[in-house]
Design a binder for this molecule. Structure first.
Ligand SMILES: Nc1ncnc2c1ncn2[C@@H]1O[C@H](COP(=O)(O)OP(=O)(O)OP(=O)(O)O)[C@@H](O)[C@H]1O
Ligand SMILES: [Mg+2]
Length: 382
């Protein structure tokens, strides 16, 4: 019994057999009950057609007893031949039904078995495993959903591996620097002066900024924060950003200014989060713009959306990098961003997550290298 319970194919096969058995029994019983009456009725009909007393032996001088005997004989022979024919047909039908039900059960069970073995392989870490799904029935749909789930798992696994690789790489660089400085100090190759200590401090600072950024990234990627959405004035957001970045801009003699229309609407946003987005974009603009350049923050209304743009006259972004620029850890020129203050390629990823959490979009335009860039994001007007 346990063996049967554990096998869907066998259960299906046995259920087909049960249906077959019931069908055959009903046919058998029904024919045994209905045949004598049907026989008598047909015989009576035949008799009335022939116009003779065939049933009670009045025709052609035959005696009554002889007539009755003949009818009984007739009936017995008829019953025997009918039963024989019934037995042969039931047997033939049963054999065919058994073969067909075996084929059918196998047909139903084999895709289920395929899904089972594929899930086993996936649980062992083979995320590229898929099942063939043909047809449109529920089992084919199950197989299609299973494949969908498998490819999502595969994607998550790839992202996880990539993230660990990226994070390891990002952490190793400043650590290697710090170790190098320390070894230099111990060996007496580097002088123990303020400059060396400053360098070490700078690397340690980079490391701690990176850890903060990673924490923030994991929070926004997991949506583990809540938005405090209110009606916010865009011009106050822009003023806060300008104030925060003016030291860096002044240090590089960059003109940092804004150009906002007077009748600008308020937007639906979490003030702190959107300030973070704007600061990230403006900080990039200042960072990737050479001295004496220009950075402009502007806003314009398009229907019920407000576009906020940060435009710079900086180094620009080559066409082929534009589509990847919001991917985490992506930097156009890794060596360059490291020299110019150690960006780790997280700022834009965080910005994109925050904007999308507000139901907005963020995009970049750049005419190419050396031709400046414009980052724009949209927010809903309140
Ligand atoms: N205004 C810009 N002009 C030119 N390149 C830019 C600009 N903004 C971003 N980039 C390019 O996009 C990359 C990703 O930017 P992102 O802000 O995500 O990271 P980052 O600035 O390198 O580091 P951080 O995480 O510290 O911000 C940068 O490394 C840079 O190559
Ligand atoms: Mg940045």
């Amino acid at each position: 019994m346990k063996y049967i319970r554990a096998r869907l194919g066998l259960k299906l096969f046995l259920s087909y057999l049960a249906v077959l058995l019931v069908g055959v029994s009903v046919i058998w019983v029904a024919t045994q009950i209905t045949t004598p009456r049907a026989y008598a009725r047909h015989l009576a009909f035949m008799e009335s057609q022939m116009g003779t007393g065939f049933m009670n032996g009045q025709g052609q001088g035959q005696g009554q007893g002889q007539g009755h005997g003949m009818v009984a004989d007739f009936y017995e022979n008829f019953q025997a031949s009918f039963n024989e024919a019934l037995l042969i047909s039931v047997f033939a039908a049963a054999v065919i039904a058994v073969v067909v039900s075996w084929l059918l059960s196998r047909n139903i069970v084999s895709p289920v078995q395929a899904i089972m073995s594929a899930s086993q392989r996936i649980s062992e870490g083979h995320y590229d495993e898929r099942v063939n799904s043909r047809g449109m029935d529920e089992i084919a749909q199950l197989a299609a959903r299973f494949n969908q789930m498998a490819s999502q798992l595969e994607q998550v696994e790839t992202m996880r591996r990539q993230l660990i690789g990226d994070v390891t790489h990002e952490l190793r660089t400043p650590l290697t620097s710090i170790k190098g400085y320390m070894e230099g100090l111990v060996d007496g190759v580097l002088p123990a002066n303020a400059e060396t200590f400053n360098q070490i401090h700078h690397e340690a600072d980079r490391l701690s900024r990176l850890v903060d950024d990673l924490q923030e990234l994991s929070r926004v990627e997991a949506h583990a924060y809540s938005l405090d959405v209110r009606s916010v004035s865009v011009s106050s957001l822009v003023q806060t950003t300008l104030k925060r970045l003016s030291p860096q801009a002044t240090a590089k003699r960059i003109t940092l200014r804004s150009n906002l229309p007077n009748d600008l609407s308020h937007v639906h946003a979490d003030e702190d989060r959107i300030t973070q987005v704007l600061v990230n974009l403006a900080a990039n603009a200042v960072q990737y713009t050479p001295e004496d350049g220009e950075v402009l923050i502007s806003a314009s209304q398009h229907g019920n959306e407000l576009y906020i743009s940060v435009k710079d006259s900086g180094i620009g972004i080559p066409q082929e990098h534009l589509k990847n620029i919001f991917t985490r850890f992506y930097r156009v020129d890794k060596s360059r961003s490291r020299q110019s203050g150690g960006g780790s390629g997280i700022g834009l990823t965080i910005a994109r997550h925050i904007v999308e959490a507000h139901g907005g979009r963020i995009w970049v335009e750049s005419a190419g290298e050396g031709l400046g860039s414009t980052f724009t994001f949209s927010l809903k007007v309140s």
